[in-house]
Design a protein around this ligand. Structure first.
Ligand code: DP6
Length: 349
C-alpha cells in the first residue's frame, strides 16, 4: 500500500523584513516581521508526500530532480513532525499505521515550485511551509497552525509566515528553545481585498548570496542592523499593524517602502557589502516614487527581498492597471533590460 497527501502552499512577501538570527540552529530572528501571503494560484509550492512499507529510505525530488535530504534543517522539521505523529486509519484503502510505526517507515516527497527557485521570490518560504503542512497531514499531527508554524520556522525562517493567509506576523519570541517564536494571523485574506500584487521578474537567476549566508554576515558586521532591530523595527511593527487594521494605504506604503530600503541599506552596511538589487530594481523604485509623489498620495508600494525582483502592491485594480502601463512604457517587451515578466495576483490565499 501507499498512503499519500498533496498540499499547496503560497509564498509570502514581507513588508517588515526578517533579516538576522539570534540563534542559527533554531532559526530565531532578531526582530518581529510582517508579511502578506499571496494568492496560491500565482506563486506556490505543491508537495506530495507518500509513505509505504516498500520504501527503503527517505527520498525527495524538487522540480523533478532528486535532492539530498541530509540537511540539518530538513531533518529537524522531520524529527519534530515525526515525534507528534498519531495513528492513521484509512479503511477504504486498507491502510492502518500505528503511531509507533512512523519511526521505521520511509517517505517519498515530490515538490514543485511554479516560480523561479532561490531568485529572491521566497521559494523556501512556500517550500518548507508546504512540506511541514503536508507531512503533518500525512502523519495525522494534531497541532494547531501556530505550533506547525514554529516547526516550519526551523526549516526556513520566512516559512513560518506561509502557514496563514492574509497578513501575518512572525513574533520573534524570547524563549531560548524557540517555542514562542511563531506566526499569528493579523488579518484574514478578505480584510483588505482591494490590494493587488504585481511582481516584476527582473532576473530569474539564482541569487549570489543566499539569505542564510547574507544574514549571518550582516549579524557579524553591521552596526546598522543592531540599531534597526532595537530602535526601528519595534515601532514600525506597531505602525504597520495599525495601518493594516485601518486599511490605511498611505501609511502601509510608506512603511513598506522604507523597510525594504532599510533592509537593503543593512545589506550595504555588511562587510563585504551585499548587493541584491540591480540597476533595473533601482529604476523601478524611481518610477514608483515619482508617480506616488506626483499623485500626492501613494498608489503603489514596492518591496525587494534577497534578489533584484520587484514586488509591488497597488492600492486597487485601477492603480495596478496604471502601474502595468507605466512598466510597459519604461520596459517595453524586447527592450534591452532584462525585465521579463509581470505576475499579477491578488493577495488573498
Ligand atoms: C529577505 O527565510 O529565506 O526574504 O531563515 O535562513 O531560511 P532562512 O532565511 P529566509 O530569509 C528571508 C529573508 C527575506 C525577508 C523576509 O522574508 O522577511
Amino acid at each position: 500500500w501507499v498512503h499519500m497527501v498533496t498540499a499547496q502552499t503560497p509564498t509570502n512577501i514581507a513588508v517588515i523584513k526578517y533579516w538576522g538570527k539570534r540563534d542559527e540552529t533554531l532559526i530565531l530572528p532578531v526582530n518581529d516581521s510582517i508579511s502578506v501571503t499571496l494568492d496560491p494560484d500565482h506563486l506556490c509550492t505543491i508537495t506530495t508526500v507518500a509513505v509505504s512499507p516498500s520504501f527503503d529510505r527517505d527520498r525527495m525530488w524538487l522540480n523533478g530532480k532528486e535532492i539530498s535530504l541530509s540537511g540539518g534543517r530538513f531533518q529537524s522539521c522531520l524529527r519534530e513532525i515525526r515525534s507528534r505523529a498519531s495513528d492513521v486509519e484509512d479503511e477504504e484503502n486498507g491502510i492502518k499505521i500505528a503511531k509507533k510505526d512512523w519511526e521505521k517507515l520511509h517517505l517519498h516527497i515530490a515538490s514543485y515550485n511554479n516560480f523561479p527557485t532561490a531568485a529572491g521570490l521566497a521559494s523556501s518560504a512556500a517550500g518548507l511551509a508546504c512540506l511541514v503542512f503536508s507531512l503533518a497531514k500525512l502523519m495525522n499531527v494534531k497541532e494547531d497552525q501556530s505550533k506547525l508554524s514554529a516547526i516550519a520556522r526551523q526549516g526556513s525562517g520566512s516559512a513560518c509566515r506561509s502557514l496563514y493567509g492574509g497578513f501575518v506576523k512572525w513574533i520573534m519570541g524570547k524563549d531560548e528553545d524557540g517555542r514562542d517564536s511563531l506566526a499569528v494571523q493579523l488579518a484574514d485574506e478578505k480584510h483588505w481585498d482591494d490590494l493587488v500584487i504585481i511582481i516584476a521578474v527582473v532576473s530569474s537567476r539564482q541569487k549570489e548570496t543566499s539569505s542564510t549566508t547574507g544574514m549571518r554576515e550582516t549579524v557579524e558586521t553591521s552596526l546598522l542592523l543592531k540599531h534597526r532591530a532595537k530602535e526601528i523595527v519595534p515601532k514600525r511593527i506597531l505602525k504597520m499593524e495599525e495601518a493594516i487594521k485601518n486599511r490605511d494605504f498611505t501609511s502601509f506604503a510608506q512603511l513598506t517602502c522604507a523597510d525594504s530600503n532599510q533592509f537593503h541599506a543593512v545589506c550595504l552596511d555588511t562587510s563585504p557589502p551585499i548587493f541584491y538589487m540591480n540597476d533595473t530594481s533601482h529604476r523601478i523604485i524611481s518610477i514608483v516614487e515619482k508617480w506616488n509623489r506626483s499623485e500626492g498620495t501613494p498608489q503603489v508600494a514596492y518591496t525587494f527581498d534577497a534578489g533584484p525582483n520587484a514586488v509591488m502592491i497597488a492600492r486597487d485594480r485601477k492603480a495596478a492597471t496604471l502601474l502595468l502601463q507605466r512598466l510597459l512604457f519604461y520596459f517595453p517587451p524586447n527592450s534591452d533590460t532584462d525585465l521579463n515578466n509581470y505576475i499579477v495576483g491578488d493577495k488573498s490565499i
